[in-house]
Design a protein around this ligand. Structure first.
Ligand code: PLP
Length: 426
């Protein structure tokens, strides 16, 4: 980065500090990961210079012959990984992918049945402060108070009563496996479209260690930067299953493409699309399956360690990459714990828990995940150590000596599992 540091040392400094923060801390935010250098290299290229509105072979600007190669590779790899018949790789973000999927399937004010934000859903699934809550009529299902799990009888009852045009499944903070086939049955019963937003679990789905939404949903959206370990961005996938007549299949693919462009976006970020293609080639390697399995094994050991340390977990554990700690019994608030862990360089986020009595800005939960630590090469033994560190901080929230001790342990651990070593030449 010698050009950058000479021309703009302030930005170069901020970047170097951020790289060092990522190197020296434990990144346990469930929606984050660490991309490979190959992905970084693809992103930092002159592909950012190019306007390529439209789709491969049908662009509104000349000079797209090489961009088309790159975008077609991304499309083919997305279809291959997820067994989809159609893939749109252009959405800039998960929220935009969701917006485009709604545009393709719905009219303004149509009814959507989605997961409650406070129970693990996402802002773009109908929160009143988000476009989705403003443009559509959204009703919610949640998790059962006793089990912390989605109760499919409850979902069915709401669907029969509300008759939504679209049922949306998928979540940001749900630690259990989602039964997509059960959602399909309900959608068929009430004549609704079924959409899955697999932003969090895309890597697990790609590795086939989670139930597969693609064959049973009309549309599947995902971000590319979470368990899938790609650059920040999103995909829209559809199997367009045999349920649809050939003309309807074509229609749905076209509707999705035109909802993204010109419906939602202008020029695609082709440098990011190239990086998505690289990340998806990584996801097609056999060791990616081992990586995803390790993410889940790590989350299980982490959950067991937290439980053994006396902490309460929503739903009592995890099936996937994330864990939701319920702090209610500790007398501590989410923000306080997020801050205390941040002081020792363990990064997590405060999160609502189902039936939370505290406000969203300072809720009763902590969400944490294992994708980034697993990318660093950490396994079960390290998860036990990290779990014990978290318990120590929660139990001794104001003890500076304990914080010092845990910070030392974090430093020791990250030294053994380095990232981007030799990357910075600032
Ligand atoms: N969908 C789900 C389930 C998510 O968890 C997220 C982000 O965390 C998104 C969509 C939105 O993605 P983005 O932040 O790229 O808009």
């Amino acid at each position: 980065m010698s050009f950058l540091s000479k021309f703009d040392p302030e930005i170069a400094d901020a970047i170097e500090n951020e790289i060092n923060r990522q190197r020296s801390g434990l990144e346990m935010i469930a929606s984050e990961n660490i991309v490979s250098r190959a992905v970084l290299e693809a992103m930092g290229t002159p592909l950012t210079n190019k306007y390529s509105e439209g789709y491969p072979g049908k662009r509104y600007y000349g000079g797209n012959q090489f961009i088309d190669v790159s975008e077609n590779l991304a499309i083919d790899r997305a279809k291959k990984i997820f067994g989809a018949e159609h893939a749109n790789v252009q959405p800039h973000s998960g929220s935009q992918a969701n917006a485009a999927a709604y545009f393709a399937l719905l009219n303004p004010s149509d009814k959507i049945l989605a997961m409650n934000l406070a129970h693990g859903g996402h802002l773009s699934h109908g929160a009143p402060v988000n476009f989705s809550g403003k443009f559509y009529n959204v009703v919610f299902y949640g998790v059962s108070k006793d089990t912390g799990r989605i109760d499919m009888d409850d979902v069915r009852e709401i669907a029969l009563r509300e008759k939504p045009r679209l049922i949306l499944t998928g979540a940001s903070a749900y630690p259990r496996e989602i039964d997509f086939a059960a959602f399909r049955k309900i959608a068929d019963e009430v004549g609704a479209y079924l959409m899955a937003d697999i932003a969090h679990i895309a890597g697990l789905v790609a590795a086939k260690i989670h139930s597969d939404p693609v064959p049973v949903c009309d549309v599947v959206t995902t971000t590319t930067h979470k368990t899938l370990r790609g650059p920040r961005g999103a995909l829209i996938l559809s199997k367009i299953a045999d349920r649809l007549r050939p003309e309807d299949k074509k229609n749905l693919a076209q509707k999705i493409d035109s909802a993204v462009f010109p419906g939602m976006q202008g020029g695609p970020l082709e440098h990011v699309i190239a990086a998505k293609a690289v990340a998806m080639l990584e996801a097609l390697q056999p060791d990616f399956i081992e990586y995803q399995k390790q993410i889940v094994k790590n989350a299980k050991v982490l959950a067991e360690t937290l439980l053994a340390g006396g902490l309460k977990l929503v739903s009592g554990g995890t099936d996937n990459h994330l864990i939701l700690i319920d702090l209610t019994d500790t007398g501590l608030a989410g923000k306080q714990v997020e801050d205390a862990l941040g002081e020792v360089e363990i990064y997590v986020n405060k999160n609502m828990i189902p039936y939370d009595t505290r406000k969203p800005t300072d809720p009763s939960g902590i969400r944490l995940g294992t994708p980034a630590l697993t990318t660093r090469g950490m396994k079960e033994n390290e998860m036990k150590l990290v779990g014990e560190m978290i318990v120590k901080i929660v139990k001794n929230i104001a003890d500076e000596n304990i914080k010092k001790e845990v910070r030392e342990s974090v430093r020791e651990l990250v030294t053994k599992f380095p990232i981007y070593q030799g990357f910075s030449v600032l």
